[in-house]
Design a protein around this ligand. Structure first.
Ligand SMILES: Cc1ncc(COP(=O)(O)O)c(C=O)c1O
Length: 371
C-alpha cells in the first residue's frame, strides 16, 4: 500500500463546511488585509499561547527576523551575532541574515535533536546578542538551561516555534519562555494556513507594537520618523482559515502523538539499529515530524520508496557547512554531523490512517529482518 508523506486533503475534508463559511465571511467583508479576521486571530492565538500579545506577519521567516529587530538584539549592519543550531530549516538562519545579523551555529543534543545548551557558551563572543533555539520537529528545546545562559550573558532569546504549535513548557506555557516566540503557518505546519503566514507572541506589548510597525513599512507615527520596516502582513483569508483550524489544533496534536506511540511501540521491536525520537516530556512534543535515525539511512529510504512509502530528510545539509553561512573559526559540531547522516522523517500527520502507519513500520521491520 502506498503511503504519502503528507496529504492535506483529508484535513480539509474534516473542516470543509466550517472553512467554506469562514472564507465567505472574509470575502464578503470588503477588507482583505489586516482587518477584523486578523485582529480576532491575533487575540485567539495570543490566548492559546498564554501570551499577552500576538502580531501576525506574512510568514515565519519574517516573524523571526522582525523579532530580532524589534527586540533590539540585532541592529542591521553592526555584525550582531545570533546563536542557533546547525540542524534546522535554512529559513532559521536566513531570518538572522534578513534581520541584518550574523548566524553562529552551535551543536545539538543527541537525543532531542534540539540546541544543546552545553555547546552555546563555546560560541559566545563579545558580538553575541541573542540565542535563537529551534523547537525542532515539534519538540521544545531545553529552554530553562538556555534562558539561564542568556541571563548570564545578557542575551535576548527568540524561540523558533515554527514546528511546535501547541507544545507545552514545564511551566505550563505554550511555546513562550524567552523574550518572544515566532511561528510559521505554512500549510504543512501543525497549524497551517492555505498559503503563507506567521506570527510573533510575547508578553511585552511594546515589543508586539514594534513588530506591528515593522511589518507595515515601519512608519512610527508617534515619533514622526520612519524606521526600516518591510511589507509582511497576514491577509484576511488566511486569518479566517487559521481561526477555524485553531479549534482543532489540540485534537490534531493528540492524534500526532497517538501515531508516534504506534511507531515507537513497533520500532522498539527491531534489532537495535533504529533510534526512535526521544520525547523528554510528552506535552513538550507535538510531532510535527517523526524523525528516526538509522545507520543505513539511504538504503532504508530506497527500500521504503520501492514499497511506495514516501520519506524525507529534515535536513539534508547542516547549515554551518553551507557556503552562504561560512565563518572562519567555526568549531566542529560532532553530534549534528553524526546525527545528520542518519536522520529520516517518516509519514506522520493527524489524518494518517492506522493501516498506513502499520504499513510503514511493517516495511521498516522487514528491512531490518532481511539485512
Ligand atoms: C524551523 C523553521 N523555522 C522557520 C521556518 C520559516 O517559516 P516560513 O516558511 O513560514 O517562512 C520554518 C518553515 O519552513 C521552519 O520549519
Amino acid at each position: 500500500m502506498p503511503v504519502a508523506f503528507l496529504d492535506l486533503k483529508g484535513q480539509y475534508k474534516e473542516i470543509e463546511a466550517e472553512v467554506a463559511s469562514a472564507l465567505a465571511r472574509a470575502a464578503s467583508s470588503g477588507t482583505y488585509v489586516l482587518g477584523g479576521e486578523v485582529k480576532a486571530f491575533e487575540k485567539e492565538w495570543a490566548d492559546f499561547c498564554h501570551a499577552r500579545g500576538a502580531a501576525t506577519v506574512g510568514n515565519g521567516t519574517d516573524a523571526l527576523s522582525l523579532s530580532l529587530n524589534a527586540s533590539g538584539a540585532v541592529r542591521p549592519g553592526l555584525g550582531d551575532e545570533v546563536i542557533t543550531p546547525t540542524l534546522t530549516s535554512a529559513y532559521t538562519a536566513l531570518a538572522i541574515l534578513n534581520s541584518g545579523g550574523v548566524p553562529v551555529f552551535a551543536d545539538i543534543h543527541p537525543q532531542t535533536y534540539t540546541l544543546d545548551p552545553r555547546s552555546i557558551e563555546d560560541v559566545i563572543t563579545r558580538r553575541t546578542r541573542a540565542i535563537l533555539p529551534v523547537h525542532l520537529y515539534g519538540q521544545l528545546a531545553d529552554m530553562r538551561a538556555i534562558c539561564e545562559i542568556a541571563k548570564r550573558h545578557s542575551l535576548v532569546v527568540i524561540e523558533d516555534a515554527a514546528q511546535s504549535h501547541g507544545a507545552f513548557h514545564d511551566s505550563g506555557r505554550i511555546g513562550l519562555y524567552g523574550h518572544a516566540a515566532a511561528y510559521s503557518f505554512y500549510p504543512t505546519k501543525n497549524l497551517g494556513a492555505f498559503g503563507d503566514g506567521g506570527a510573533v507572541v510575547s508578553d511585552d506589548l511594546a515589543f508586539i507594537e514594534k513588530v506591528k510597525t515593522l511589518r507595515q513599512g515601519g512608519h512610527l507615527q508617534a515619533l514622526g520618523g520612519r524606521i526600516a520596516g518591510r511589507n509582511s502582513r497576514l491577509d484576511e483569508i488566511q486569518a479566517a482559515v487559521l481561526r477555524v483550524k485553531l479549534k482543532y489544533l489540540n485534537e490534531w496534536n493528540r492524534r500526532r502523538r497517538e501515531h508516534a506511540s504506534v511507531y515507537e511501540e513497533a520500532l522498539c521491536q527491531s534489532n537495535g539499529q533504529i533510534k526512535i525520537p526521544a520525547a523528554i516530556a510528552p506535552q513538550a512534543h507535538v510531532f510535527h515530524l517523526y524523525v528516526i535515525q538509522h545507520p543505513s539511512r539511504d538504503r532504508l529510504r530506497e527500500y521504503l520508496d520501492a514499497r511506495g512509502i514516501e520519506t524525507l530528510i529534515h535536513y539534508p545539509y547542516l547549515l554551518h557547512r553551507e557556503a552562504l553561512f561560512h565563518r572562519e573559526g567555526q568549531p566542529a559540531l560532532p553530534v549534528a554531523e553524526s546525527v545528520g547522516r542518519n536522520i529520516l522523517s517518516l509519514p506522520l500527520y493527524p489524518q494518517l490512517k492506522r493501516e498506513e502507519a502499520s504499513e510503514v513500520v511493517g516495511a521498516i521491520l522487514d528491512f531490518e529482518a532481511c539485512r
